[in-house]
Design a protein around this ligand. Structure first.
Ligand code: ADP
Ligand code: MG
Length: 396
């Protein structure tokens, strides 16, 4: 319990824990429970120390009001299975049910509150609105433990404002995550290779700006590729394209040429006529993407080339799948790159919800990686050198 020393003896206290339980769902079925598993040790540790643990979390992006499609109930049930104990569930965030469930807790017992994003105050940009919600959350606890690494880059009520209202401590998961990321930002062993992919193109383009000064090589795959290919003058057919970012990508390519940081793009891609699991895949050179097709994965030559660069690195950070790995026909690029990461003689880090899910779904042994981060956006912002409000607030 050394980590929570600042909270004093937690036995008998109601400890609010902000966890990141934002797992991918197919209906009510959890398709990857990695984030729930990662949240277990802190919850268990507090419970074993006799705390009455009240877990706050969000799921998906409901619109600030209750929406059954985003209920945390199935997640709370899975948490109970993993903990091996009964987990109480409150049907609301700070209402009658939450108050009743929390006041019914015995020492060591665990409860989960309904999705905090069912209240508009959680994510409001208006300080007063957030404060009003945070006041009510804080009434449910005597202390606060921040353990949701995937949300520490958010200035949100259950992440930021609650910490200002209660004695607080950093959870074990957040501590581990930040320690690994610190190693990436402070003198990483070289060569330092960063692999970027996925679908949140404009979010991730911002990171490149900063990485151009830090990494030795940047490998680009996933949906982001096509904006770069467009910047080189290639047609990208029906592929994901952020037209307003083409100039930015062109500037990055020019800067990379000047700065000696290499940006490596695929030379071939796998295209298909439709965004569908059973769509017919075809491999084409990047200069020959048919105008009616969609690029859904990097091609086999590119995957081999990326893997070789990854294997030669001493430090690798990977965020974002190389293709639509959810469909078997377009998973090969992600698989080849993921496997290469497990062969790195040095530190390999995977960051991002979908990237971590891809690793598990493709059956690449998790033990082969130095670290699998639960937070995509948070880890990218950390690497960018931004201040993360959820971490800063814990310092006072
Ligand atoms: P992470 O959660 O790891 O940060 P993102 O959320 O940015 O990653 O992106 C993950 C998604 O990117 C996956 O669902 C994957 O299907 C999608 N993706 C990868 N390549 C492409 C592509 N070429 N076109 C469209 N979507 C893609
Ligand atoms: Mg994602």
């Amino acid at each position: 319990m050394a980590e929570y020393a600042s909270l004093g003896d937690v036995a008998g206290k109601r400890v609010l824990v902000r966890s990141d339980l934002n797992v991918p769902l197919d209906g009510a079925r959890i398709t990857d429970d990695g984030r729930i598993r990662a949240s277990v040790p802190t919850i268990r540790e507090l419970s074993e120390a006799g705390a009455r643990v009240v877990v706050m979390a969000h799921l998906g992006r409901p619109k600030g009001e209750p929406d059954p499609a985003y209920s945390l109930r199935p997640v709370a049930a899975r948490l109970g299975e993993l903990l091996g104990t009964e987990v109480a569930f409150a049907d609301d965030t700070v209402g009658e049910s939450a108050r009743a469930v929390v006041s019914g807790l015995q020492d060591g017992q665990v409860a989960v509150l309904e999705n905090v994003r069912f209240d508009a105050g959680e994510t409001s940009k208006d300080d007063d609105e957030r404060a009003a919600f945070a006041d009510r959350l804080a009434e449910l606890g005597d202390a606060f433990v921040s353990d949701g690494f995937g949300v520490v880059h958010r200035k949100q009520a259950s992440v930021y404002d609650v910490a200002q209202r209660l004695p607080h401590a950093m959870g074990g998961l957040v501590r581990t995550e930040t320690e690994v990321l610190r190693r990436l930002t402070q003198s990483p062993e070289r060569p330092y290779v960063v692999v970027l992919g996925g679908s949140k193109v404009s979010d991730k383009l911002a990171v490149i700006d900063n990485l151009l000064g830090k990494a030795d090589t940047l490998l680009i795959g996933g949906g982001m590729v096509f904006t770069f290919l467009a910047a080189q003058g290639h047609g990208v057919g029906q592929s994901l394209l952020e037209k307003d970012q083409v100039d930015t990508c062109r500037a990055y390519l020019e800067r990379s040429a000047e700065s000696g940081v290499e940006i490596v793009l695929p030379t071939d891609v796998v295209v298909a006529p439709e965004f569908k699991a059973d769509a017919e895949p075809t491999v084409v050179p990047v200069a020959e993407i048919p105008s009616d097709q969609i690029g859904l994965d990097i091609g086999p030559d590119s995957a081999t080339a990326f893997a070789e660069i990854v294997r030669g690195a001493r430090t690798v950070f990977w965020n974002g799948p190389m293709g639509v790995f959810e469909f078997d026909s377009f998973a090969a690029g992600t698989r080849v790159v993921a496997e290469a990461l497990t062969e790195v003689d040095g530190l390999s880090v995977v960051g991002g919800g979908d990237s971590a899910a891809a690793v598990r779904q493709l059956g690449v042994p998790e033990s082969g990686f130095g670290h699998i981060s639960t937070g995509g956006g948070a880890s990218l912002e950390y690497l960018e050198g931004k201040e993360l409000p959820g971490l800063t607030v814990l310092e006072d």
